[in-house]
Design a protein around this ligand. Structure first.
Ligand code: WT7
Length: 657
């Protein structure tokens, strides 16, 4: 049987939720989903009014949506403070004493914060921030590991109306510096060190390096995570303050008052900026605003994760990525969920760690990434099989396409065939999930993401914007604005227009290729722009290339992806050297270290290949397709536009090591 027939047959393999799961779910049937979906498109305002009654509106909106392509405003005229929905409203219900965060450190320490305690900490920290001069409209950079303080810091900023910009702890000092400078952050919140796979990541030391060149920063708040001198810290007089000292000083009455009874902000007030990779070297500062973002995170969490009071929900992402923003912090807290949070690596001290956390704490909803699932498959079934996973009732996947084999393993070995899997497709820019299946309503197909979420009008189109036939591949576009969409790129509206709204007239282009089958299920293939998805991390090829080009030995570099069993895509770079420079193992190592320094260890290439020249078209464009084929070892395609055929032979000879 041909491969396409096999894969078509696989498309028809479906997994329906059990009758028991459906009966208890928020949406109990496909028909109910379809009816609500139809309402969300036909009467959007009514839909969002009904679905956002749990949001604490200090003032309701005058106009639901203002759409001036490509700029949207939602809930215009409304006033709210996001943290009242995430925290204060739970203080008058049984959620008050429920765990908001059950946190486990990598060394095994455990801390639980109830909604009451989380609220208290956020108020105290917001007062401290206000005392340090943070006011509404400011930007605050957050460079923390996976500790409850990350959520506390984000929420304290939101409480004051200061936009946070969380920088993933895996980013280097240089990457932190650039992000701080781009958003002109006034305050940086960091920690002495973070545990990762048994060692300590010296965040404050790295921040100190960044802070040599960040004139906008006035104050640095340092949380102490290490108590054994494992991450020595130098405090910079007049600038650096320990988190605990900031809290122990009595906040001024004014700051305390503001933290306790926070201001309400306009629906379109900036909530956060999050940097993500695009097709140029400079990261994009995706801007999300208050009401629409919260509405998106809230409603998706409610329906997709179907969270109940009895659940312990665990999203394994890092708060430094958008998944952590929407599905560790804002979404789950807005529905009053009890959230598991884990500091460290999935394989520390061994591959049991996730399963042991699930067993010991009773996690019932697990939301993780395909790259992690594939690593678990490789590590072996004995690890999950050693643990009692019977508390699990729902599984989720995010970040990249999940291959059917990984899906089936997740379903069988982790979910024991009992738990529906929701595959969720979305992006930093969409703010919340756009494609999925609702767990009690529709069947899943391994490998397909699923159906549009409420309010999402999404299609696969050709370059001219015409819809392709069912089953055909094309570009994935979103055809109408939705509440949690990015409003712009911070201080770069031109790039916002150009990156998302210029390729296909009138619609938002996601950068992904996809197809939609005859059942209406979307299959997302992956990026079709110059962006790679390596182990669930979005990496721009241009970013890698400009980092390499800044090394004194490098003349030119081209970065491409190649399929990788574990990471989805692996990063391969081709490098040409300046004259007089000699290709060597030592130089390869130096270039790898250079990438660590410029971007972060997670962006380290899987292969560095030296070449005499890069393949170019006659007009001088690097032929990436060709490089991709060479990196993947697949047959050579059309080389008719290649300028210098001799280049090919030498590239192929530039083996991996
Ligand atoms: C890109 C967005 C969404 C939060 C994490 C990543 C890919 C994401 C899926 C999925 C297939 C997926 C897409 C998308 N992607 N989820 N379920 N199936 N692909 O956020 O860094 O903004 O990356 O990740 O290519 O465009 P991000």
């Amino acid at each position: 049987m041909s491969e396409t027939i096999v894969s078509r047959l696989k498309e028809h393999r479906t997994f329906a939720p059990s009758a028991e799961f459906s009966a208890a779910a928020r949406v109990t049937s496909h028909e109910a989903y379809a009816a609500l979906y139809a309402q969300s498109l036909e009467a959007p305002e009514e839909f969002w009014r009904q679905q956002t009654t749990d949001i604490v509106w200090r003032k309701t909106w005058d106009t639901f949506c203002e759409w001036n392509l490509p700029h949207a405003k939602f809930f215009v005229g409304a006033k709210l403070n996001v943290t009242e929905t995430c925290l204060d409203r739970h203080l008058t219900t049984s959620a008050r004493t429920r765990a908001a965060i059950v946190w486990e450190g990598e060394p095994g320490d455990v801390r639980t914060l109830t909604y009451f305690e989380l609220h208290r900490e956020v108020v105290r920290f917001a007062a401290a921030l206000a005392d340090l001069g943070v006011v509404a409209g400011d930007r605050v950079a957050i460079y923390l590991g996976m500790i409850p303080e990350a959520a506390i810091a984000m929420l304290a900023c939101a409480r004051l109306g200061a936009a946070h910009s969380v920088v993933f702890g895996g980013f280097s000092a240089e990457a932190l510096r650039d992000r701080i400078n781009d958003c002109q952050a006034k305050v940086l919140i960091t920690q002495d060190g973070a545990y990762r796979r048994g060692s300590v990541v010296p965040l404050k030391q790295m921040a100190d390096k960044a802070l040599l060149e960040t004139p906008s920063i006035e104050k640095v708040i340092v949380h102490r995570r290490m108590d054994d001198g494992r991450a020595p810290v130098t405090m910079h007089e007049g600038r650096d303050v320990w988190w605990s000292d900031a809290l122990s000083r009595p906040a001024s009455e004014q700051s305390m008052g503001l933290a306790r009874r926070p201001d309400a902000f306009d629906a379109e007030h900036p909530l956060f900026i999050l940097y993500t990779s695009g097709s140029t070297g400079k990261p994009k500062g995706v801007l999300h605003t208050t009401a629409g973002y919260l509405a998106g995170a809230h409603v998706t969490t409610k329906y997709i994760f179907d969270v109940k009071d009895s659940d312990l929900y665990w999203c394994t992402a890092d708060v430094g990525w958008v998944t952590g923003h929407s599905y560790i912090v804002y979404g789950p807290l807005s529905v009053g969920a009890a959230c598991m949070m884990y500091e460290g690596a999935p394989n520390f001290p061994d591959w049991s760690r996730f399963w042991s956390i699930i067993e010991r704490h009773g996690v019932s909803i697990l939301y993780t990434a395909p790259t992690a699932i594939r690593a678990f498959i490789r590590a072996g079934d004995e690890w999950p099989n050693k643990h009692d996973l019977s508390s699990l009732r729902l599984l989720g996947s995010v970040g990249e396409p999940i291959n059917p084999e990984a899906w089936v393993w997740y379903h069988t070995v982790v979910g024991k065939g009992r738990c529906p899997i929701v595959d969720t497709w979305w992006q930093t820019e969409t703010g919340s999930v756009m494609l999925t299946t609702l767990p009690g309503a529709s069947y899943s197909k391994p490998g397909a993401t699923g159906l549009p979420f409420f309010g999402v009008e999404i299609e696969v189109v050709k370059d001219d914007g015409a819809k392709v036939a069912a089953g055909d591949g094309g570009k994935l576009v979103i055809k109408r604005p939705w509440p949690s969409m990015a409003r712009t790129l911070f201080r770069d509206d031109e790039r916002y227009k150009q990156a998302y709204w210029s390729q296909i007239p009138g619609v938002y282009f996601t950068g992904d290729g996809a197809r939609c089958d005859s059942d209406g299920y979307f299959w997302v293939v992956g990026r079709i722009d110059d962006v790679l998805n390596v182990a669930g991390h979005r990496i721009g090829t241009a970013e890698i290339e400009s980092a390499l080009a800044s090394h004194p030995s490098v003349a030119e570099a081209a970065a491409v992806g190649k399929p990788d069993e574990l990471k989805g895509q692996a990063l391969v770079v081709f490098v040409t050297l300046k004259s007089g420079q000699v290709a060597s193992k030592a130089l390869k190592d130096a270039l790898a270290v250079h990438i660590d320094k410029e971007i972060g260890k997670f962006a380290r290439p899987d292969q560095i290949r030296f070449a005499d020249a890069l393949p170019k078209t006659r007009s001088g464009k690097i032929m990436r397709r060709l490089l991709k084929e060479i990196a993947s070892g697949t047959a050579q395609g059309d080389t008719s536009t290649l300028e210098d055929l001799g280049v090919l032979a030498s590239l192929r000879a530039s083996d991996e090591d």
